[in-house]
Design a binder for this molecule. Structure first.
Ligand SMILES: Cc1cc2nc3c(=O)[nH]c(=O)nc-3n(C[C@H](O)[C@H](O)[C@H](O)COP(=O)(O)OP(=O)(O)OC[C@H]3O[C@@H](n4cnc5c(N)ncnc54)[C@H](O)[C@@H]3O)c2cc1C
Length: 386
């Protein structure tokens, strides 16, 4: 007996929750499948000190504002509470501990196989599995020889136990910056290895989140916005990191919080040391691109993530940034009745984009159901069985 739905949403992070709420509003009978033991599983497991770098007014999901009294930049714990409240406010149909392993197109339906072996079916599919479930670990020669500890930033929680240790943080993103500063403040001897560079911008200007300015400037040509970003980066003094490499993929600047992340100051004062790219591990440390070798006790790879889409291998092709190829922001170019939410990243913030794309995906799903024979919305029995 296979349970069958009009739509299945994979992932109960912000993207899956926003989509589910919009599907429910449209009367689409659906299920949200989440591998973790709770909604917002990603946010339940990121580092303790993390806070949104986007403002609460433009980080809320459709239909529910943050409660009054929430800080302008909500801390991780507040954001997680918000996601839980979102799911319960709209009574969203979520199955936790439902790890999706394989999804295939069978005739005119999607067959969704869980780790438990159970298979579910749906006429339409929304993939909202984000990127954090797929941390990127670059191939670095000699890793087996290194006697210290190597972890990805996704496994970093707090600086306890790092005092006095020589720690190398690899990367030029917000996690790399925040973790470096936190470890240095906790008494670790921190080096930051940056291969491609980044622009550091303040989190707010005159009390206004820089993200809000990004939203206003977004319609301008991309190169003009990049020039403006560079100019804003210079407001706090000369550049401390190399220029970011040109890439087709969205590159979010390093957003500096004066009270929390003070990376530029720390790099200038050399309380955090700067190095180029990491080329190899040695037994006691690493080699850098300038040929120097240094000992380290710990290496934190803040090397980013890739879209978590392995369960769709063979069904879809990817764009140059690793996301599913799509049109109109969310619609798969490869397969019918498939949308992706949470695949649009830019300086307006992933959450801002999710609030647009959840509604868009729900409209596409509703249209697809109508076009494939569903006559009305919200009137079918809750579940059909085969
Ligand atoms: C450290 C960090 C900080 C960020 N800060 C901000 C910020 O301040 N502002 C902002 O706008 N954006 C921010 N982002 C970017 C983005 O908005 C967030 O990553 C956001 O959580 C994306 O939502 P999502 O639902 O797409 O992905 P996620 O939050 O990762 O949710 C995806 C869900 O899918 C589940 N899942 C994955 N694979 C499977 C599977 N096979 N089967 C079932 N379930 C699965 C996961 O467990 C997870 O619950 C940040 C990202 C990171 C990594």
């Amino acid at each position: 007996m296979i349970r069958s739905y009009e739509a299945i949403v994979v992932g109960a992070g912000p993207a899956g929750l926003a989509t589910s709420r919009e599907l429910a509003r449209a009367g689409v009978e659906h299920r949200v499948l989440e591998r973790g033991d709770q909604v917002g599983y990603t946010w339940a497991n990121l580092y303790d000190s993390l806070a949104l770098h986007t403002g609460r007014h433009l980080s809320a999901l459709p239909g529910l504002a943050f409660p009054s009294g929430t800080p302008l930049f909500p801390p991780r714990r507040d954001f997680l509470d918000y996601l839980h409240r979102y799911a319960s406010t709209f009574n969203l149909p979520i199955d936790t501990s439902s790890d999706v392993r394989k999804i295939e197109r069978r005739d005119d339906r999607w067959a969704v196989r869980l780790r438990t072996g159970t298979t579910l079916e749906a006429r339409t599919l929304v993939v909202a599995t984000g990127i954090v479930a797929n941390p990127y670990l670059p191939e670095i020669p000699g890793r087996d020889r290194f006697t210290g500890r190597v972890m990805h930033s996704v496994d970093y929680r707090r600086p306890a136990g790092m005092k006095g240790k020589r720690v190398l943080v690899v990367g030029a993103g917000n996690s790399a910056g925040e973790i470096s500063v936190e470890l240095a403040r906790a008494g670790a001897d921190v080096t930051l290895a940056v291969r491609t560079g980044a622009t550091i911008v303040p989190r707010e200007i005159l009390g206004i989140p820089i993200q809000y300015l990004s939203v206003i400037l977004h319609p301008l040509p991309r190169t003009l916005v990049q020039h403006l970003t560079t100019a804003v980066g210079r407001l706090r003094g000369p550049r401390v990191l190399p220029l970011p490499a040109r890439t087709l993929c969205p590159k979010v600047p390093l957003i500096e919080n004066r009270r929390g992340l003070a990376l530029a100051e720390a790099l200038r004062a050399r309380t955090i040391h700067l190095q180029g790219g990491l080329t190899a591990f040695t037994a006691a440390g690493v080699c850098f691109s300038d040929g120097t070798e240094q000992p380290f006790d710990e290496v934190v790879l803040a090397t980013g993530f890739r879209a978590a889409l392995g369960f769709l291998d063979g069904e879809i092709t990817r764009d140059p940034c690793g996301f599913g190829r799509r049109r109109d922001r969310v619609v798969s170019l490869d397969r019918p009745n498939l949308c992706f939410v949470g695949h649009n990243y830019d300086t307006r913030g992933g959450l801002y984009n999710i609030s647009i794309d959840g509604a868009r995906a729900a409209r596409e799903v509703t249209r697809a159901l109508r076009d494939t024979g569903r006559t009305s919305t919200g009137t079918r029995p809750a579940r059909s069985e085969r």
